[in-house]
Design a protein around this ligand. Structure first.
Ligand code: GLC
Ligand code: CA
Length: 552
């Protein structure tokens, strides 16, 4: 079982092929370039990559507007290059997850072109139409401030079409059995080419009912079960990682109480409250978010993340909490987006403060679930706020001090490389950090090693350990007779806490990251002195878990 559910104790790394490594000097990252960088990824110790869309696309939404679900955009290479890549990844033990974007297509997709041209087209029912303008056309936009409506008139079709996202992304009629069959076919195709699963884009919208009369979409959860059965039948180790920014009360519907729907989901609830905790040094809302999202089936797993390719969405915080995060991490209007989030990268949000970066990462690595890193965050890359919307945090990977940060030999990168100043490639790059044992890159590598060696976090159950300090959070993970205790001080000042590990062997704590081992005092409590933003990972009891661990 342990090795079958590989995602339970894994570290996932997300990247965009187009901005990772360009092999031929045309300024666009490609699969040949990415394949050459696999040893770098292997060296960091990650278990899986999640690739953002690389299929043929006009790239009006960074590839989330697909025109052919069965291809590789020629800018990134060929299907042959893709298979070479998945093969090379596999030989290094790295699994490949890809984005599956099937809530909508590009309006240039041949299906939509056929559907809009002819009411009798076999593809007409693949999209969602209305002859009259629906009453709720001005509601439910995902990109408020940029997107004006969810129903747009199409002259060629003589009807309005529905689009949850931008107007060039018509929604597929996902209730149509033919569309559902096509989705399975797409998944089957990529599984055959070597992927181990999918980051499913926009899941609540895929499974929600759509149409001009739909006031409140109803989720069709059976679809998730069908997807899961299909992919597991085709390939046993394949997983679905759902993007679903939902309320905790709906989590089990998405996982399936019997573990028969999504294997994994991103924990948006914890993500927002984590940023609130970092901004305010108040951990209570984070603890509440952890409790609210605790229940999940045995095979279900959270993906824990800090930043991703989208804005940091703070829509689920109270207005007061959100304002506090804005004030701390994105005070200026051009740092904010869609009236709900911050579009910056992590390192500039934290002022490049190494202590805070380590704290944030250490939390991400030790929250219940599987950590999902974003390319460039391992070296503390910055952003370029002169770029529109979310592109600011999607600039090319900074490899070296070579021109264009070593990303391309050409002089026209697909997005500008961050240049000059504290975040420029001249200062922040892989080559320099590789040589420096104290760099963020080498720190991240050590943390990933430590995280793998603490499978309790990925597999186990956690208990909150009282610290009596609202800014210091302590969690103990228990799994198969072993325990790990992690303590984080969110204050900008040192703190002393006294705590009980809470297990029979809990009078000894072995520091997993340094030599701050601890023995309990006579009252059974440990006295821990934490630096500002300090963190500790301990193994409880000091037993060597490798001796004690049972493989099943
Ligand atoms: C998801 C993606 C986002 C994209 C949108 C439309 O939210 O994360 O980047 O714009 O779906 O596909
Ligand atoms: Ca290229």
């Amino acid at each position: 079982m342990i090795n079958d559910l590989w995602y339970k104790n894994a570290v996932i790394y997300s990247l965009n092929v187009g901005t990772f490594m360009d092999s031929n000097g045309d300024g666009i990252g490609d699969f040949v370039g990415l394949t050459r960088r696999l040893d770098y990824l292997h060296g960091i110790g990650i278990d899986a990559v999640w690739l953002q869309p690389f299929q043929p696309s006009p790239f009006r939404d960074d590839g989330y507007d697909v025109v052919d679900h069965y291809g590789v955009d020629p800018r990134h290479g060929s299907l042959g290059d893709f298979v070479e890549f998945t093969h090379a990844a596999k030989s290094r033990g790295i699994r490949v997850l890809i984005d599956l974007v099937v809530n909508h297509t590009s309006d240039e997709h041949p299906w939509f072109q056929s559907a809009r041209r002819d009411p009798d087209s076999p593809y007409r029912d693949w999209y969602v139409w209305s002859e009259k303008k629906p009453k709720n056309a001005n509601e439910g936009m995902v990109f408020p401030g940029v997107q004006e409506t969810t129903w747009t008139w199409d002259d060629r079709a003589g009807a309005y079409y529905f689009h949850r996202f931008y107007e060039f992304q018509p929604d597929l009629n996902t209730s149509n059995p033919r569309v559902q069959a096509e989705i399975l076919k797409i998944m089957g195709f990529w599984l055959q080419l070597g992927v181990s699963g999918f980051r499913m884009d926009a899941v609540p919208f895929i499974i929600g009912t759509k149409g001009p009369d739909v006031v409140k979409p109803v989720e069709q959860f059976d679809m998730l079960r069908t997807f899961r059965e299909f992919i597991q039948w085709r390939q046993g180790d394949a997983v679905m990682l759902a993007e679903a920014n939902i309320l905790p009360e709906d989590d089990l519907d998405y996982f399936g109480t019997d573990g028969d729907r999504s294997h994994m989901m991103f924990n948006f609830q914890v993500n927002q409250n984590l940023f609130y905790a970092l901004a305010s040094a108040e951990t209570k809302p984070l603890v509440q978010a952890l409790k609210a999202t605790k229940a999940r089936p045995a095979s279900g797993q959270w993906g824990q993340f800090l930043r991703n390719h989208d804005e940091l969405d703070l829509g689920r915080l109270t207005e007061e909490q959100r304002n506090r995060v804005f004030a701390a991490f994105g005070p200026e209007e051009h740092m904010q987006l869609y009236h709900r989030g911050i579009r910056r990268r992590l390192a500039p949000m934290l002022g490049g403060d190494r202590r805070r970066l380590e704290l944030a990462y250490s939390l991400m690595f030790t929250l219940p679930g599987t950590p999902v890193l974003r390319y460039g965050d391992e070296i503390g890359m910055g952003d370029d706020l002169s770029l529109p919307e979310r592109n600011c945090a999607r600039t090319p990977m900074q490899w070296s001090t070579e021109p264009q940060g070593g990303f391309t030999k050409g002089d026209k990168p697909v997005l500008p490389v961050v240049t000059g100043g504290p975040w420029g490639f001249e200062t922040i790059n892989v080559a320099a950090q590789r040589r420096d044992p104290n760099s963020l890159l080498n720190w991240t590598e050590r943390m990933i090693r430590a995280r793998h060696e603490a499978p309790e976090i990925g597999w186990g159950d956690y208990a909150l350990v009282a610290t009596r300090d609202p800014g210091v959070i302590a969690l103990r993970y228990d799994w198969r007779g072993n325990s790990v205790l992690v303590v984080h001080n969110l204050h900008d000042a040192p703190r002393e806490v006294r705590l009980r590990a809470g297990t029979p062997e809990g009078d000894r704590l072995i520091d997993l990251l340094g030599d701050g081992h601890s023995r309990a005092e006579t009252d059974g409590r440990h006295r821990l002195v934490l630096e500002p933003y300090g963190y500790r990972w301990f193994r409880v009891g000091g037993l060597d878990y490798i001796l004690n661990r049972q493989e099943i």
